[in-house]
Design a protein around this ligand. Sequence first.
Ligand SMILES: [Zn+2]
Length: 421
Amino acid sequence: MKYKKNRKPNIILIVIDSLRADKLSCYGYHKSTSPNIDKISEKSILFKNAFASAPWTLPSHTSLFTGKFPLKHGVDNINNFLDNKNITLAETLSGIGYDTIGLANNGWLSKSTNLNKGFNKFYEKPKKNSNLIEMAKDYIKKKKEKPFFLFMNLMDVHMPYIPDKSLFKDFELDKYNKERINYLQKEFVTYRVFPEKLSKEDLKILNKLYDASLATVDKKIGQFNNFLKKEVEDYILIITSDHGEEIGEHISEGIYGHWLCLYDTLLRVPLIIYDSKKEKRKKISKLAQQHNLFYTILEYCGKKIKEKKLFKNCKYVFSEHEHPKKSIEYIHKLNKNFGYEDIKCAKKSIRSKKYKYILYENGKEKLFNISNDCYERKNLINKEIKLKKKLKNKIFKKLGHFDESHSTKNDIKFEDSIKKD
Ligand SMILES: [Zn+2]
């Protein structure tokens, strides 16, 4: 990447909450779920293998905003508040002359978690599908002298999946029982804690609802992109997600949604960077640790960064799920008999292009050949002893050992946020 000296492009960072990469047509999905994003990607840099550092909203956004792994920024299931000693992206951009604005519908992104840190304005509107894009347009229309950094978290593909009704036919949802569809849209909290209640047909419906929800937000992005082309001269548009979604791939392990595991369904996220001054179609296959976007954005804005981290060769990517103490307490309140012991502990993962290794705090280990087992179902841990040792050591070196204290600090009430995780 070469940048014009003193260039200060406007930065628009869109996080489509819970969007996994393999569901977009430009990432190879067989259905046309994202025609507008596909079109943008044709003039952009598309990272085929970008991975979030955590599988749920709060730690993943915090990593994106600080450029650090969860272990380093310390925001997790137990500690929900970003310590002020962490410098955020918005803060840094504000310091070099940017106007910074955040628009979010997700309850975790607010002053109660300190993730509004550094934004000149931060609008928390904890209602799904409110018109954030219209708010963004209004903000952009008010011309200003300073360049701007605009962050938006869109909740359209987050549970409950409520797509535009006009898309029901395109995604064959009109063939299913309306009452069942309504139930699946309304009762997502129930089947997250009673996953065994979901039938095969339910999972089919949920997958279709998810696809249609993606098509719904894709339409909005297309319209917003047309607006940007007309109204903004110099900008970088970044489309990504904070984590993916499990939609039945590991239901027998008790997993639905986005928590409690480190499978690729939750970690592989889209990452598309469009530069209005340098349109270019480029697909990058090498691994990218998504939170390094922090440095890449700063570099686009003229900050000198030693390493171009997102673009440099990366042999491994890492992710962590801290001890889910509060999640488990919450689950047990609703379902005393919730089993699935393996998912109730902390875990860490390392992934190369070919292998994925997951280490659980209870000592369990899993190793997958991801190149031919993309849903991570065939555990090879007893066959690849040497490789397992090597990957385990790399995890400890990069992410440290498990913290067994699980101390509680800076609490916010977990029940208030669970629906928006
Ligand atoms: Zn999220």
